[in-house]
Every structure is written in C-alpha cells, then in structure tokens.
Design a protein around this ligand. Structure first.
Ligand SMILES: [Zn+2]
Length: 399
C-alpha cells in the first residue's frame, strides 16, 4: 500500500516539476481527526495543499513521536503553523526551509502512530499531499531508527535543534511554601513537604537528562515570593515551574491543573513590578534605566507578547503528556490566574497543581512513588519536547 502510494505520487509528481517553487495554500490545508480515539489518540490526516505537485516524503521519528514531511521546492511564505485548520489537534506543528531546495513540516503527535497511507493528488492548479495516521500501541510504534534517508539523492533530515543541556538550558523548579508556611494540610501531610519531595525527584530526573536545574528552595525553608522570581532571573532560567498541591473546597473537581499568567492583569502587574524592582533587573537585555513607569510597562508588555504564548505552549505540552500517561486532570486542566510567581515578563512560567491534598485520591497519588514517577516522566518529557520545539522555532525566526 505504501509502495503503491509512493509510485502513484511519483507518477503524479514527475511530469509537473517546474522551476517556480510550489507555494503552500494554507486555506486548503488542514490537520483533521478522521475517527474516534476511544479514549486514546484519534486517527489523524495531514493535508497539505500546494500550488503544484512536488516530490515529498513522509516518515515518523521518536523522542517525542513526530510526523516529518519533507517537500521539495516549496515556499511556506508567511503562513504560520498555528493558523493551520486543526492545528490544536497536535501538541505542536512547525514548518520552514531546512536545506537547500527542501522544506520540512514537523507535526508533534499526541501519541504513537503509524503512517496508514501517504499520497499526492493533483487537481487543476492545485496538488494535495495527504498523510493518514492511525494510532498504534507504543510497542508497535516504528519510527525511523536513524536519520539515514531511505532514498538516495534525498537530503538527510536536518540535525536536531539544540537539546536541553547543550546551551545551558536551565529549568527553575519552585516548590511552593516551606518553613513556617506549610501550605495546605490534610491527614498529617503538608503541601510544602509533598511538593518538595516531588521537586527533588523531578530535579534528579532532569539532571539525568543533562538539564541544568535551579531550585528556589531545596529544603524546608521559607522563601518569599519575590525572592523566588529573583532566583529564576539570576539563574537565567529558560522555564519556571512552580509546584503546588493546595486544598480546595469540598465538592470541587480535583486532578492536576496547570496555571499560566492571566494577561488581562498585565497593566496592574507592570505597575507593581516597576515599583518593586530595579528596572534593569526586570527585562534581560533591555536597559530601562531612566525611562518612566509607563514606558517600562509598554516594554514589559512587548516582552510578554512573546513570553505568554510560550508559557501557554508549555502548558499544552504538559497536559498532552499527562493525557498520554493517564494522569487524572482537572476538568479545566489549563487555567489563567494572577499568581505572583507567574509574573516574570521574560521567563515562560507555569504553576502546576500536582493535585489537591484535600482530595483523598490526589493525596494518595502524591504519596505513591509510582504515581510520582509517572508525573516526573510527564514533566520531564514535556520540558524536553517544549525546549526542542522552542529551539526549532528560534532557529526558524533567525533565518
Ligand atoms: Zn500552594
């Protein structure tokens, strides 16, 4: 079937190669779910509409599972992956030129898949590449084992972008509460202790993957909120994760929840921050000395314009990995809030409620080393995937 599709696509493609590059028609392109997932990932189909037929190839890679489609002589112009219809079905999509004469589309998959079929159809002045993906069990996932191209004369896939660890990639872990502030309490357990235990386990897992980890506290001591943010800036953190396990009123849904900053509160936050901090301490690389507070606010908004979507992207990485690993989530797993520790304008930040200490099941999970191990895996996979995606995006922006 795959061979037939390849032959068909080549037959279609060869007669119409010309000198003008093909262009992506984003309006005619989509990522669509083609069936029910029955609790797991759904079958997906990627449709790329181009202004003419071009040679292409599609394959799967791992770490995390991704679909790669390389297309020859195709100009993606200013089309943005997040504008692709159905882009939210995948944790991340990116595209752009990667080697002379070739462009690449990378779709981060919400699970393990196989390529069911791949083909190219030319209709009138348009051509559509269609790659159908069917979910498979993890043990049946067969990613391309090496970067070696299957066909001669086709380029090697581009080298992976910088991995966490390569460029001093630093994660700041912020176990909530501590010292005289135990946080929430239930059945003899304290939030401060549970989140510290989890954070120390997460630190070990991240360090084992070559990631630099800074902690706002690594023992049972009190650290003021502002001090936590200052630690993150001094460490030149690339990502800030505050960890909590608060209590919640009886009857409310429990489960893990990710909070990101609520940008609606920016004006007020900018005002408060500029009053409390030395200004040049706030925004790395922007000298704000001598500017008035209004301009400081504007510059901070400008920085946050980039930071906010990066925080939200990381939140999606977390929830998609939690879903994959069967971690119970709150009914609204990503929420916006105005927690002080999420205020850093230049460091993507999330607050992760691992669960709620007041909920019997959540508390049992937090006390269970196996559950914690799964959650540590979720968070570290999300960090690695997100960081790789960020590096690719940054590389693309530099071109
Ligand atoms: Zn808390």
């Amino acid at each position: 079937m795959k061979v037939l599709a390849l032959i068909l696509s080549l037959l279609v493609a060869f007669p119409v190669w010309g000198n003008e590059p093909a262009r992506l028609d984003i309006g005619g392109s989509a990522l669509v779910a083609t069936g029910r997932g029955w609790g797991g990932p759904q079958p997906l189909e990627l449709r790329l509409s181009l202004t003419k037929a071009v040679p292409y190839r599609s394959y799967l890679v791992d770490g995390p599972p991704r679909l790669v489609v390389d297309v020859k002589d195709t100009d993606f112009g200013l089309a943005r992956p997040q504008d692709l219809f159905g882009a939210d079905l995948a944790p991340a999509i990116r595209w752009g030129p990667y080697r002379e004469g070739w462009s690449r589309v990378v779709v981060e998959l919400p699970g393990t898949y196989r390529i069911d079929s791949a083909g190219q159809q030319a209709r009138a002045a348009l051509s559509q590449i269609t790659v159908a993906l069917a979910p498979v069990a993890a043990q049946d996932f067969a990613p391309r084992p090496s970067a070696t191209a299957a066909l001669r004369d086709l380029p090697e896939p581009a080298e992976l972008p910088a991995q966490p660890g390569d460029e001093g990639f630093t994660v700041v872990l912020d176990p909530g509460h501590g010292g005289f502030d135990p946080g929430a309490l239930a059945e003899g357990e304290s939030e401060a202790n549970l989140v510290l235990v989890f954070s120390l386990e997460l630190r070990a897992a991240l360090q084992a993957r070559g990631i630099t980890v800074e902690m706002t506290r690594s023992d049972d001591s009190f650290v003021a909120l502002e001090r936590r943010m200052t630690t993150a800036r001094q460490a030149r953190g690339d990502l800030f994760i505050s960890l909590h396990a608060d209590a919640l009123p009886q009857g409310q849904a429990a489960g893990a929840t990710v909070y990101v900053w609520n940008p609606a509160a920016d004006d007020r936050a900018a005002e408060q921050l500029s009053l409390r901090h030395g200004r040049d301490d706030l925004v790395a690389g922007a000298d704000l000395t001598g500017h008035d507070d209004a301009l400081t606010g504007v510059l901070m908004d400008f920085v946050r314009t980039d930071t906010q979507p990066r925080s939200e992207s990381f939140a999606r990485w977390l929830t998609s990995r939690m879903s994959l690993m069967g971690i119970g989530m709150h009914e609204r797993p990503v929420q916006r809030a105005t927690y002080s520790v999420l205020k850093s304008p230049d460091i993507p930040s999330v607050l992760l409620e691992l669960g709620f200490i007041s909920d019997h099941d959540d508390r049992a999970n937090l006390l269970n080393p196996l559950w914690r191990g799964r959650m540590v895996q979720v968070v570290s996979d999300a960090i690695v995937g997100w960081a790789r995606d960020e590096a690719a995006r940054a590389a693309m922006l530099r071109q």
